[in-house]
Write a protein that binds this ligand. Structure first.
Ligand code: VGL
Ligand code: ZN
Length: 220
């Protein structure tokens, strides 16, 4: 009995996937915190501005912990089919190069942030950051893969549209996803509650006050 149990304990008892996934680099993605989605903007999300302090706390904590920081932006051509005058459901917003498309001036994005532009195709809504591209033209998923990112932490606007579609695409791509519940706001309260349920059902973890402390490398 004693000799047999010696064969079943030790390293084999550690779930093989856990250590690997957790050791992968992580990234923070802040979705669409742009002027048009905040108070006074063309498509203001109720309470959109209320997430700004939390977003800044996460940006600071992520930078300290060495996470890659991405910021997506809605970046539509003025003739987008996403807009009401072309048959879509939204008033014009985040038109490429416009003031409303700028990041909110209070968001403290580190200079090293990778900007992901999405909604560029005039024929598509482009809600998901995974429809977007990095400044060098590479798709978001290719950039994540190149950096070996295995875990994406997500905050931003709006819970029931761009955050939701981005999170579902991230899960479909096999990434671990943590939704930062204190750093998101939605267009509709009911839509946002349903969206969070969908994200959790597909495997996302929803958390608040994430400090990324487990990501900070400590000397032995
Ligand atoms: C978004 C509506 C229209 C978003 C973008 O960023 O969630 N919502 N375009
Ligand atoms: Zn849009």
């Amino acid at each position: 009995m004693r000799t047999e149990s010696a064969h079943t304990t030790g390293p084999a008892a550690i779930p093989p996937t856990f250590a690997g996934e957790d050791a992968d680099p992580a990234a923070l993605l802040i979705v669409d915190v742009q002027k048009d989605f905040c108070a006074g903007g063309a498509l203001a999300v109720p309470q959109g501005d209320s997430i700004l302090p939390a977003v800044n706390r996460y940006l600071e904590a992520a930078t300290r912990a060495g996470l890659v920081v991405y910021a997506s932006r809605d970046w539509h051509p003025s003739d987008s089919r996403h807009f009401t005058q072309r048959g879509g459901i939204w008033p014009p917003h985040c038109v490429q190069g416009s003031s409303g498309a700028e990041f909110h001036p209070e968001v403290k994005l580190p200079a090293s942030s990778v900007i992901i532009s999405k909604g560029i195709d005039p024929g598509a809504d482009g809600y998901s950051a995974f429809d977007g591209q990095a400044p060098d033209g590479r798709r978001f998923l290719d950039d994540l893969r190149q950096r070996g990112v295995g875990h994406l932490y997500v905050g931003g606007l709006a819970t029931d549209y761009c955050v939701k579609y981005t999170v579902l695409d991230a899960l479909a791509a096999g990434l671990m996803v943590t939704v930062l519940a204190d750093a998101i706001a939605g267009v509709s309260p009911v839509g946002s509650a349903v969206a969070l349920e969908q994200m959790e059902k597909r495997g996302a973890t929803v958390r608040t006050n994430v400090a990324f402390l487990d990501r900070i490398a400590r000397p032995e």
